[in-house]
Design a protein around this ligand. Structure first.
Ligand SMILES: NC(=O)c1ccc[n+]([C@@H]2O[C@H](COP(=O)([O-])OP(=O)(O)OC[C@H]3O[C@@H](n4cnc5c(N)ncnc54)[C@H](OP(=O)(O)O)[C@@H]3O)[C@@H](O)[C@H]2O)c1
Length: 195
């Protein structure tokens, strides 16, 4: 059973066809909120249980696919788009081991005539995406309405810690509601104060 987020996320326009890749782990509560809101949703992860837990919140198609299998995933996403219409809101939490899949998803979205907003969630533990040339941003900009959500850390009472799942989910939903090109959850600087 997934908990409701507190504070409640800001209202946002319901997407017609939501796509979430990698939304069943730390992003589960945010995924649930978005699926409840969306007219239709397509959810990708490997584990069926996690997918089903979120899918039951709304009208969702689940694709239990390893995102390293790029061709399989893209074929499935094409089928979902044929059935439910173009994607208009996309949330991606795709590890860097699957860059070809990120590119293929962006290409797929770029084929659409309809506008599509893509929120790409990025960690900052090993690299600081805000301070380097970001190939994903460069690649996606020409094709889709790309926005980046960077997960930082929290520094309180002299101690640093990584974000909780609730903080990550609330931050991601704030980023989507706000629509900013770049949204940092917590802080990414100073780098030396990371946990
Ligand atoms: N700055 C921060 O505070 C920060 C930043 C990043 C991460 N973290 C922490 O790090 C933890 C671990 O992150 P995580 O990304 O490993 O876990 P996660 O968010 O719990 O899981 C990753 C998501 O991607 C899916 N996934 C993973 N590999 C996949 C694949 N090959 N094909 C399709 N879907 C795949 C997973 O589902 P399946 O496993 O079912 O496929 C799940 O939905 C998080 O729980 C979070 O607490 C913290």
């Amino acid at each position: 059973m997934l908990r409701k987020l507190s504070p409640a996320p800001r209202p946002m326009t319901p997407p017609n066809h939501l796509l979430i890749i990698g939304g069943t782990g730390m992003l589960a509560a945010a995924s649930k909120h978005l699926v409840e809101l969306a007219h239709r949703a397509t959810l990708v992860a490997r584990g069926r249980d996690g997918l089903e837990r979120i899918a039951q919140s709304g009208e969702a198609r689940t694709l239990a696919v390893d995102y390293h299998h790029t061709d399989t995933l893209i074929n499935e996403l094409r089928a979902a788009r044929r059935e439910h219409g173009p994607f208009d809101l996309v949330l991606l939490w795709i590890h860097s081991t699957a860059e070809p899949t990120f590119d293929a998803v962006v290409d797929l979205l770029g084929e659409q005539v309809e506008a599509c907003r893509v929120f790409d969630v990025r960690g900052s533990a090993s690299t600081d995406p805000t301070s380097e040339v970001d190939r994903r941003r460069e690649y996606a900009n020409e094709r889709v309405d790309y926005r980046r959500v960077v997960l930082g850390y929290v520094h309180e009472q002299g101690v640093s810690r990584w974000l909780t799942h609730d903080e990550i989910c609330t931050g991601v939903l704030q980023a989507i509601a706000n629509g900013a090109e770049e949204w940092v959850v917590g802080k990414v600087r100073p780098r030396g104060a990371r946990p």
